[in-house]
Design a protein around this ligand. Sequence first.
Ligand SMILES: Nc1ncnc2c1ncn2[C@@H]1O[C@H](COP(=O)(O)OP(=O)(O)OP(=O)(O)O)[C@@H](O)[C@H]1O
Length: 310
Amino acid sequence: MIEVRGLTKRFGDVTAVDDLTFTVRPGIVTGFLGPNGAGKSTTMRMILGLDRPTSGAALIDGKPYHDLKQPLRTVGALLDAKWVHPNRSAKAHLQWMAASNGIPASRVDEVLRLVGLSEVAGKKAGGFSLGMAQRLGLAGALLGDPKVLLFDEPVNGLDPEGIVWIRKFMQRLAAEGRTVLVSSHLLSEMALTAEHLVVIGRGRLISDSPVQEFVDRASEAGVRVRSPQLGALQEALTAQGIAYREDGAGTGTAALIVAGATTDVVGQLAGDNGIVLHELSAQRGSLEDAFMKLTGDDVQYHADVMGGAL
Ligand SMILES: Nc1ncnc2c1ncn2[C@@H]1O[C@H](COP(=O)(O)OP(=O)(O)OP(=O)(O)O)[C@@H](O)[C@H]1O
């Protein structure tokens, strides 16, 4: 278990992490989500004792990192996959890590097998692709067979095959009863990987909930409806006290978005009033929608940079 309590980190004038409190439970993958610069890496570094909190605490199984007797056997982390000596082989790199942490050398072959690197164990790590380097990083994190694992943006830059492999691997580690915290700014990826989401923006906690609850709470579920008799439909909806808004985006035809109603209700109402419909479709808010609403200004900035495409 990871417990973050009132965690704050200031770098001069910048408050990178601002009074953050959340708990990461074992047995599921917890996604740690936020736009670039939200404070995810800084939080992870504090959990791992690499940055000192300005105030508050981060505990692993009830203790600060520095109080852990055998840190590598308690917590494993993948922060920067390129953190290897380029001229060292994958195996030598892991042997060196194992030796300096009192872990038997036999474990090195085990973790190489676990991440599928046995066949390239003797090759220099400097020549590894990003996907292979990530696997080597994972092997290092697993060396001490820790119950708690932290991964910072593990799928960044990977090809689709590598992304799926890492996703399944993290899910398997969680299914074994481990505590798995994975940071990402990729919302759709987290929706597929994580069961629970801790969302931050500008160092502050925005949401701490199951993935589905996060989406349901923040995104707009409803019905999209197009009709050549839109005025009559608006009157019928208003008469029933059902809220709607106009939505002509991209279709060339005016449409309505009816919030909080089902297609059954809107279809029935149209039928009862003899109104012709050209479209009646359920709208499901995406994780991206939810994220944009909740992280507000932070994401708005990125949208502007992209030419207002969002
Ligand atoms: N060593 C440091 N000195 C000064 N400012 C820092 C330092 N480390 C991080 N920051 C600032 O703290 C804020 C949070 O950064 P952090 O890297 O934790 O965010 P992040 O959510 O991990 O973002 P990204 O996904 O881009 O890595 C940013 O404004 C960053 O510029």
